[in-house]
Design a protein around this ligand. Sequence first.
Ligand code: CND
Ligand code: ZN
Length: 365
Amino acid sequence: MKAAVFYEHNAPLSVEDIQIDAPKRTEVLVKIAASGVCHSDLSVMNGSIPFPPPPAVLGHEGAGVVEEVGADVTAVKPGDHVILSWRPSCSRCGYCVTGRPQLCQTGNLELFQGYLPDGTSRLHKGDTEIRHFTGVSSFAEYAVVPDSGVVKIRSDVPFEAAALVGCGVMTGVGAAINTAKVEPGTSVVVIGCGGVGLNTVQGAVLAGAEKIIAVDLNTAKLELATQFGATHRVNPQDGDPVDQVLSLTDGLGADYAFEVIGRSDTAVQAYNSIRPGGTAVVVGVAKPDDMLTIPTVSLLQEKTLKGSIYGSARPSVDMPRLLDLYVQGKLKLDELVSRRIGLEDINAAFDWMERGEVARSVIMY
Ligand code: CND
Ligand code: ZN
């Protein structure tokens, strides 16, 4: 099959033929139909997100059709349309049974090593083993994934829309609705309005926020954020972004702020943008050595600073719901797709992302 292989940091991916093995008993072979290109993939390529030595096949925002299932798989069958989840979970541990599968630790170590939960890979080129990424690896025509990493979906939605739900939409909308539990009538700040942040904006809209302040250095992204429901725009190039937010929120700050870039300075901006009793949520993935500093005493204002992984997703519940909202016209997915490309154009997609030209590029297989 064709795959875009990550061989070296800070170098283009190589589109070439590799081999994929059959699924084991609890695994599923998926024919990928569409894959979004997320900033986290780029962060692995440039070393900002640590990953074991390549080669590996990246891509973690995919959807497709089940081609083959292992002997013990009951959740899906060949022909089912699925979204790939990059947080497979065990459904038995304390986190899973209390509704927080995004924190399930089962198989975590193996996934971080670039393997499937059983600690091995199904990808290789001749004798050379190729690592998986988050148990998804959607920058390839096929993927073998754990059965808890597929979510069966309705078959009447376009694959590119479904693929985006697999990371950016779930992460962004979920941060507002699941993690922060934004309440109707409140004020929300979203710092960074790319493929994920735009979804935090529309998550805040769905939750009924009254004031949604979009913060981005890129005026085109601020324009898009307005289309997604932001009521106010702040460009840090026009002056200190926190001061601008405070002047839009009675001098006190917003009820909620989200950092959706992956930097400590903007995470501190998010924290400083909330009012006493407010909640700041870090969604962006910062480098491991990027530390943030806040005045300890400011926490006595009952401010909350927390993180959000995968929008605190309960994939099998939340992803079909998001697609239902899309079908009802309440969730914008088509508008997120800036460019549809072939796998051979994948390196251009990272250039467009770095230049801020796209919300999302989607690879169509
Ligand atoms: P993308 O590159 O599309 O968007 C980033 C946006 O931030 C762009 O619009 C930039 O213009 C803007 N920006 C950059 N620097 C600044 C700044 N200093 N001030 C204001 N705006 C700025 O990235 P994405 O939306 O695909 O991803 C965003 C982050 O989310 C990234 O760190 C990614 O790794 C992370 C993420 C997290 C999770 C999770 O589970 N928490 C899942 N997927 C991705
Ligand atoms: Zn992502």
